[in-house]
Design a protein around this ligand. Structure first.
Ligand code: AMP
Ligand code: MN
Ligand code: MN
Ligand code: MN
Length: 277
């Protein structure tokens, strides 16, 4: 059984419709797929519920911050109709709208043209994210490609890296738990923290009620997997895995495209009531 518990549709910054994402995952051999769009549940209002393979785990990826860094928490097996979660999502989306204005203003103060209107048009009613800025920068010739846009303007420590108004880590975990879901610390290796700091983050997350951690996210080294598996065992956090698939543009990235979970961790789906081996 292949479980891919982290993926994006075009309800956030992915490129495929939720139904096409499910189809693509099925064609890639995935048996169970979680759709985990950034700060939105819109995919679940659009999905064709007759699709039975892959099995769908409703999910979300919520943005928050810890100390001075941006952190993502994945909620798995949530009830997409949960009033608490829906209210939280509306709050996050208001923050995203305000943040888009701040990002545009900060880029303008660096001598770039005002891109707010173009970016809102690209986002087309979906919550605005930095990839929307990147897409505009590429089409307007401001950056050569998405990577360059992040490297120069949007990535960590750059003017577009604004962590404005996200709900706190404990609050986000509470929304997920109230929606009946499992809170998962997403892609821990991406924060580039020292081992000690990552352990503090994971400990704070656990105290807030988080119960799982992504031990495998996309292609990663055996070293990273071994380290995260140990963290998962030491802190008694269940282990999740996923591709963080966004689009087929990159031929290395596909649903299910990641190394298997090691044997010495407890897979998060075994903590759910209904699962098949
Ligand atoms: P936001 O949700 O607005 O903070 O944007 C974060 C999203 O930007 C992530 O989920 C990734 O999809 C994308 N992203 C982050 N860093 C990079 C990068 N260096 N190159 C391309 N995309 C990135
Ligand atoms: Mn993304
Ligand atoms: Mn993320
Ligand atoms: Mn993601």
């Amino acid at each position: 059984m292949i479980y891919d518990l982290h993926s994006h549709s075009n309800a956030s910054d992915g490129s495929l419709d939720p139904d096409d994402l499910l189809l693509h995952a099925a064609q890639s051999g995935v048996d169970t797929l979680a759709i985990t769009d950034h700060d939105t549940l819109a995919a679940f209002d659009r999905i064709d519920t007759r699709v039975t393979r892959p099995r769908l785990v409703p999910g979300i990826e919520l943005s928050t911050s810890w100390r001075t860094i941006g952190v993502h928490i994945v909620g798995l097996n949530i009830d997409p109709a949960s009033a608490t979660l829906r209210r939280g999502v509306r709050q996050q989306q208001r923050s995203r709208d305000e943040r888009a204005r701040i990002i545009a203003r900060r880029l303008r103060s660096k001598g770039l043209p005002d891109m707010l209107e173009d970016v809102l048009r690209i986002a087309d009613g979906e919550p605005v994210s930095r990839p929307h800025f990147a897409r505009h920068m590429v089409s307007a010739g401001i950056a050569r490609d998405t990577r360059a846009a992040f490297r120069k303007y949007l990535g960590a420590g750059k003017p577009g890296d604004v962590r404005h108004g996200w709900a706190s880590l404990p609050e986000i975990v509470r929304w997920i738990l109230e929606a009946g879901g499992t809170a998962v610390l997403a892609h821990p290796a991406k924060y580039r923290l020292t081992k000690t700091k990552l352990q503090s983050l994971a400990t704070d997350f656990r105290h807030a009620g988080g119960t799982a951690i992504e031990v495998v996210c996309g292609r990663q080294s055996l070293n990273t997997t071994t380290h995260l598996a140990k963290l998962s065992r030491d802190l008694e956090l269940a282990a999740s895995c996923g591709s963080d698939f966004h689009s087929g543009d990159n031929r290395w990235s596909r649903p299910g495209g990641f190394p298997p979970l090691p044997d010495d961790v407890r897979p998060v789906w075994t903590t759910w009531q209904t699962y098949s081996k």
